[in-house]
Write a protein that binds this ligand. Structure first.
Ligand SMILES: Cc1cc2nc3c(=O)[nH]c(=O)nc-3n(C[C@H](O)[C@H](O)[C@H](O)COP(=O)(O)O)c2cc1C
Length: 319
């Protein structure tokens, strides 16, 4: 049993959080992660309006009575996100945890606190972690360069970010990025993190709705099969190295404008990859830990392996 400041604060069994995942962070996966002792987190970004999010929250509640969260992303998006409405629904539905990313979550601190919701904010630097603590966030997730999705352009890996940030703040810190294996979980705890936050790992589980073709491509991938796109538009995004990602890099190399990139980077194309299975058609956030994924287990198997492996490793290291 690995108890940490994060497991105590969130009331979960194991220090493993599933980071919010647009399109893929749906009720079945979220409940499976929470039922297995981790923290499942629903995506909000892909719900057209707050009422649709409410329906998905209610589905999770039917499937689990364990704590779970909702991700609220403040990244620049092609459509204006109804985040105020999402937060209101979260408070009304008594969701235990909110995970915010990008932007500034200040205006949500008070309503969430009043509703008894724990707020975890994603940060990519010491400065942002200190600010999150100052404004009243309950915990931070430190996003490293190896992470799938949107790490900061400082390009610092978790190897250095975790110890720097745990030295700087008093609130619990979760390590987000590149973790797909029990050895990395153990190393993150050794560096001072109170949990890991994983996205790519849970994309490759049975409960995730991603198309089997995409999951097969993930199995074949190595740690070299991700690339960083959208650097030229100040919105860098680590994605699976497929034909669309390479095309985007080619366009960026010749300084294509944001407007030219939109058709390729749009979330709608990514959605088609997940649902229809042409794994080259759009971009898919993916971390460097993909190289260690060797099968498509259930979320419970994933969590059990991580925990058992880490416990045995900790025992071996202390003997
Ligand atoms: C397919 C996918 C979709 C994601 N969508 C979101 C999102 O909507 N909001 C967000 O804050 N993070 C999103 N992320 C980032 C994850 O929450 C998490 O921080 C990240 O995946 C951790 O890195 P890893 O993939 O290397 O484990 C996404 C990640 C993946 C793999």
């Amino acid at each position: 049993m690995i108890k940490t400041k994060m497991t105590e604060m969130l009331g979960i069994e194991y220090p493993i959080l599933q980071g919010g995942m647009g399109w893929l962070g749906l009720a079945e996966l979220v409940a499976a992660v929470s039922n297995a002792g981790g923290l499942g987190v629903l995506g909000s970004v892909t719900h057209p309006d707050p009422e649709k999010l409410r329906q998905e929250i209610r589905k999770v509640k039917e499937l689990t009575d364990k704590p779970f969260g909702v991700n609220i992303t403040m990244l620049p998006a092609l459509r204006e996100l109804p985040n105020d409405g999402f937060v209101q629904v979260v408070c009304e539905e008594g969701v235990p945890v909110v995970e915010t990313s990008a932007g500034r979550p200040e205006k949500y601190v008070e309503p969430l606190k009043n509703a008894g919701v724990k707020l975890i904010h994603k940060v990519g630097s010491v400065r942002h972690a200190l600010n999150a603590q100052k404004i009243g966030c309950d915990a931070v997730e430190v996003v490293g360069f190896e992470s799938g999705g949107f790490p900061l352009p400082d390009d610092v890996t978790l190897w250095n970010l975790i110890p720097r940030i745990v030295d700087a703040v008093d609130i619990p810190v979760s390590a987000a990025g590149g973790t797909t294996d029990y050895r990395q979980l153990t190393a993150a705890l050794a560096l001072g993190a109170s949990s890991v936050t994983c996205g790519t790992l849970f994309m490759a589980t049975q409960e995730c709705i991603a198309h089997p073709n995409l999951k097969q491509r993930l199995l074949q991938a190595t740690e070299c099969d991700t690339v960083m796109i959208q650097r030229t538009i100040n919105n860098q995004n680590r994605v699976f190295k497929n034909e669309t990602a390479l095309k985007i890099l080619e366009m960026e190399a010749r300084k294509a404008s944001f407007e030219e990139l939109i058709p390729l980077i749009s979330g709608e194309r990514g959605r088609k990859v997940y649902l229809e299975g042409d794994a080259d058609y759009g971009t898919v956030p993916c971390g460097q830990g993909v190289g260690l994924i060797k099968d498509i287990p259930t979320a419970k198997e994933v969590i059990d392996r991580m925990v058992t492996g880490a416990e045995q490793l900790l025992k071996r290291l202390s003997s």
